[in-house]
Design a protein around this ligand. Structure first.
Ligand SMILES: [Zn+2]
Length: 173
């Protein structure tokens, strides 16, 4: 499964099934953090719960799952789309495309997001711009991702299976 660095306790993940399970470091893997500079790869730490036989990847807080975009860039772009201020950031064509797809994805996630976040805040809008403005009251995008991961095991742009805890192992009889 995948978690976020800010969700770790003391820099180390815990087994979602049994806190007593020993978790070991299990290498790293690289993913690209930037659409423009592909050599600027991001290192993702990987851990393994040996009793369960599952791995836990720890995504740096500035990253979104499965998107080659930094949280700050997405946050700035969504702020711009939700407000009236003109585009300020200088973006490459590739970044603009990725951000456009990210926003489009966000507009398709409104029902899912309002249903989970409705448990903790009043969301009165069904419009993507207004919902983004309400989400931003919770903090920056890192904070929003942290909250979605911690409380709801989900993310902003997708309810990815990798964010869900693995099920307990059924003992062999
Ligand atoms: Zn375990």
């Amino acid at each position: 499964m995948q978690t976020r660095a800010s969700l770790l306790n003391g820099g180390w993940p815990a087994c979602p099934v049994d806190l007593k399970h020993a978790i070991h470091r299990n290498g790293t893997y690289c993913r690209y953090g930037d659409t423009e500079e592909e050599e600027k790869s991001i290192t993702v730490l990987r851990f393994r719960c040996y009793p369960c036989g599952h791995t836990i990847s720890v995504l740096p807080d500035e990253m979104l799952p499965y998107r080659p975009l930094k949280a700050e860039l997405v946050e700035g772009d969504f702020d711009t789309r939700s407000g009236d201020q003109p585009e300020e950031a200088e973006l490459s064509e590739k970044e603009s495309g990725c951000l456009k797809r990210a926003w489009h994805r966000f507009t398709q996630r409104l029902d899912a997001l309002t249903s989970v976040l409705g448990q903790m805040m009043q969301i009165r809008a069904s419009d993507a711009k207004l919902i983004w403005i309400q989400l931003r009251r919770l903090g920056n995008l890192r904070d929003i991702l942290h909250l979605l991961g911690r409380k709801f095991k989900t993310s902003l742009l997708g309810d990815y299976r990798c964010l869900k805890p693995w099920p307990p192992r059924i003992p062999e009889s």
